[in-house]
Write a protein that binds this ligand. Structure first.
Ligand SMILES: Cc1cc2nc3c(=O)[nH]c(=O)nc-3n(C[C@H](O)[C@H](O)[C@H](O)COP(=O)(O)O)c2cc1C
Length: 382
């Protein structure tokens, strides 16, 4: 029975443990390019033992960013900065993963700490947002939405394929399509965002067409031996939105189109979400486990899983294959090493780069002086 520290193999890729740094938008890019900040952020998490490391959502088109401070991959000129990030993640022993996305009607945002609001197209940092239907998301997201034409949808699918090609050229080994959190893909699947009367709207089959075609476009480019995955908005927590049963069905459909893994998250297609247990530990785990069981695909999940014993238990119980950590990865770059100590792993320092671990193991100093509270493990006792 695997535990949190067991390797996980999908296609030709082996991740050294079951711990992923979840994608997190940092609003620190310029012209869509990453910088020393991202090399530091992602390199330190890879060095801290995370097995799979995602930079933030990477936009496939300029208007697919959350803000003008967000990263992109719509231009070959952006590849250098992504390659730097890939290099450090690999050097530190982790698998470099990329999340491709388009923010749709939720783009054109101000940096959250400047005020969580959308900027109009007239602002130098704003743009005309686009979506399946001319329906603003609501509350904080009030900008008028331009309905995408079928030709524009095809352009977006081509942009996904071009982005996948660049991602492979950069050296990424795991590709996730971001179809959750109220962004473009999620809003196509949700009746709350999609009220089209053409082939892309109406029944759930039609509302999933955007996903199927995007997946087909990427599958045709992304090598068959590398994992192709999706973060799916699986529940809008609103009676008029995506219901979880529909998401289970959708993942079954997408499996037939070459999906290798599902990362189960929230739909967030409205700010009028009802009874989301945001304070509850692991509140999306049961949903992910159901997909794993009923669809027969490996799954990942995030949301409040930063307690090591919980993260370990859900892997041991066969509920999920990979635990995605967002805020815990921001809070503690060495979360995997810390968790290994907490869980009495036989050799916690085996989670960090070998040379670095050698110094710590062989130059220990007095008990407790390494900066960790003393936990006695089998290797510590040697
Ligand atoms: C600062 C921040 C930025 C985020 N940006 C993204 C993103 O770019 N793509 C995405 O899919 N989720 C994003 N998320 C959601 C996280 O990936 C994760 O799913 C969520 O925080 C729940 O996991 P946690 O409880 O471990 O934080 C973001 C979360 C945070 C805190």
């Amino acid at each position: 029975m695997p535990d949190l520290f067991s390797p996980f193999t999908l296609k030709s890729v082996t991740v050294r443990n079951r711990i992923a740094m979840s994608p997190m938008t940092m609003y620190r890019s310029v012209d869509g390019k990453m910088s020393d900040f991202h090399v530091m952020l992602l390199g330190s998490r890879a060095a801290g033992g995370f097995g799979l490391v995602f930079p933030e959502q990477i936009a496939i088109q300029p208007d697919g960013r959350t803000s003008t401070g967000c990263a992109g991959i719509w231009d070959d000129g952006q590849k250098d900065s992504l390659q730097r990030v890939v290099r450090i993640i690999k050097d530190m022993g982790a698998v470099p993963a990329i999340q491709l996305g388009h923010t749709g009607r939720r783009g054109s945002e101000m940096k959250p700490w400047h005020g969580k609001t959308q900027l109009p197209a007239s602002d130098p940092d704003g743009w005309q947002v686009r979506g399946p239907s001319p329906i603003p998301h609501g509350r904080r997201y009030t900008l008028p939405v331009q309905e995408l034409s079928v030709a524009e949808i095809k352009e977006i699918h081509q942009a996904y394929a071009d982005a996948a090609r660049r991602a492979f050229e950069c050296g990424f080994e795991w590709l996730e399509m971001h179809f959750a959190h109220g962004y473009l893909g999620a809003s196509f699947f949700s009746p709350l965002g999609n009220q089209r009367a053409d082939a892309y709207g109406g029944s759930r089959e039609k509302r999933l067409r955007f996903h199927r075609e995007a997946l087909d476009a990427v599958r045709a480019i992304w090598p068959a031996h590398l994992p192709l995955t999706m973060r799916l908005g699986s529940d809008d927590f609103n009676e008029h939105g995506i219901q979880f049963d529909d998401a289970v069905w959708a993942i079954g459909q997408l499996k037939q189109h070459g999906l290798d893994f599902a990362d189960i998250s929230l739909g967030m297609n409205t700010d009028d979400m009802k009874n989301v247990p945001f304070d509850q530990i692991g509140f999306m785990v049961d949903r992910a486990a159901r997909v794993r069981q009923e669809v027969g695909l490996p799954v990942g999940v995030s949301w409040n899983l930063g307690i090591p014993a919980v993260a370990d238990r859900i892997v041991r119980q066969g509920l999920v294959d990979i635990v995605f950590l967002g805020r815990p990865a921001l809070a503690n770059p060495h979360w995997p090493l810390w968790a290994a100590r907490e869980l009495a792993h036989a050799d916690p320092y085996s989670l960090i780069p070998e040379d670095w671990a050698w110094w710590i193991r062989s130059r220990r100093g007095p008990e407790g002086s390494l900066g960790w509270p003393p936990v006695q493990t089998a290797a510590d006792a040697k």
